[in-house]
Design a protein around this ligand. Structure first.
Ligand SMILES: C[S@@+](CC[C@H](N)C(=O)[O-])C[C@H]1O[C@@H](n2cnc3c(N)ncnc32)[C@H](O)[C@@H]1O
Length: 298
């Protein structure tokens, strides 16, 4: 969203004190109402109910200045999640910084699919490739406390955010590993489920110059070979790290489902499927390590 910052109050025009109600109604006219609320909640360190119940609460000059600065940065296009430092995902509130992708609602479909393939009463082993904020790994770990989750990312800065999120959620069944996809796994390590939301946007794709994507790390978004490099690496090497009948589940771009299914089939996977998101777009594809496979899969 691009907003004309001329509509925001100039510092010189600010009348003190200003109330919560005025801050939302008069200052944030050009900002999405919900986003303005999130930003004011963040500045005041209060919840949504507080804003409703305390519309007459006066902002201190410091709070007013910080809120105004947030509005101005939002007006300049910065993602609201980076301004407030958090984003809701599934049933969690996660810390986010510009070092990580902002978790997307579409990715909840991948989590739902993974949860349905992990029995709650078994000590399943789960691998999350490209964990970023830890959104997928931590949500799975929270909902499947008996599972042991390994979460990998190439970015040490992303892993620092993911570790902080795991700690904040009191999750102790996730192990974080820095590495290039499977490269730093212990030899012979096998998993029941591999999940991944890898970078899948082609270099030079015009979407990269729009919206939140302008501010998110390139490493989280862009893949070589027209957006296919990471998906291809993950699919073609997965079998060596999966138990027999283990699942590989991937999120991909809006137009990549059919080619993903083909790649899964060529790599020996069976029971291949795709699932659509709420917009009816095929967003998640997966397959099962074929029972006909060689000893590598046993
Ligand atoms: C699309 S983001 C997904 C983040 C998170 N899983 C989510 O769904 O919100 C992709 C992640 O893959 C990581 N990544 C990119 N290349 C990688 C590589 N070669 N090995 C491991 N992780 C990589 C990025 O740092 C980024 O955190």
């Amino acid at each position: 969203m691009t907003i004309n910052s001329n509509h925001l109050p100039e510092q010189a025009n600010i009348r003190h004190p200003i109330t919560v109600g005025e801050a939302l109604q008069n200052w944030a006219k050009q900002i999405d109402r919900l986003e303005a609320r999130w930003m004011l909640q963040s500045v005041l360190a209060v919840d949504a109910a507080f804003l409703v119940a305390h519309a007459d609460r006066e902002l201190s000059p410091d709070e007013a200045a910080r809120y105004r600065q947030m509005l101005a940065r939002r007006a300049a296009g910065e993602p609201v999640a980076y301004l407030t430092g958090e984003r809701g995902f599934y049933d969690l509130i996660l810390k986010v910084t510009p070092d990580v992708l902002i978790p997307r609602p579409e990715t909840e479909l991948l989590v739902e699919t993974a949860l349905s393939s992990i029995a709650p009463d078994r000590c399943s082993r789960v691998l999350d490739l490209g964990t970023g904020s830890g959104a997928i790994a931590i949500t799975i770990a929270k909902h499947r406390p008996l599972a042991q989750v390994t979460a990998i990312d190439l970015s040490s800065r992303a892993l620092a955010v993911a570790r902080a999120n795991a700690q904040a959620q009191a999750v102790d069944n996730v192990t974080f590993v820095q590495g290039d996809w499977y490269a730093n796994l212990v030899a012979g390590e096998k998993f029941d489920v591999i999940v991944a939301n890898p970078p899948y946007i082609a270099e030079g794709d015009p979407h990269l110059a729009q919206g939140d994507l302008r501010f998110e790390p390139n490493l989280a978004l862009v893949a070589k070979h027209n957006g296919w490099d990471c998906i291809r690496q993950i699919i073609t090497h997965a079998e060596a790290y999966l138990h027999r009948d283990g699942w590989l589940l991937l999120e991909h771009g809006y137009d990549q489902a059919s080619a993903c299914r083909e790649l899964l089939e060529k790599s020996g996977f069976v029971s291949i499927f795709s699932r659509t998101d709420l917009a009816g777009i095929e967003r998640v594809s997966g397959g099962q390590c074929g029972s006909f496979s060689t000893a590598e899969c046993l």
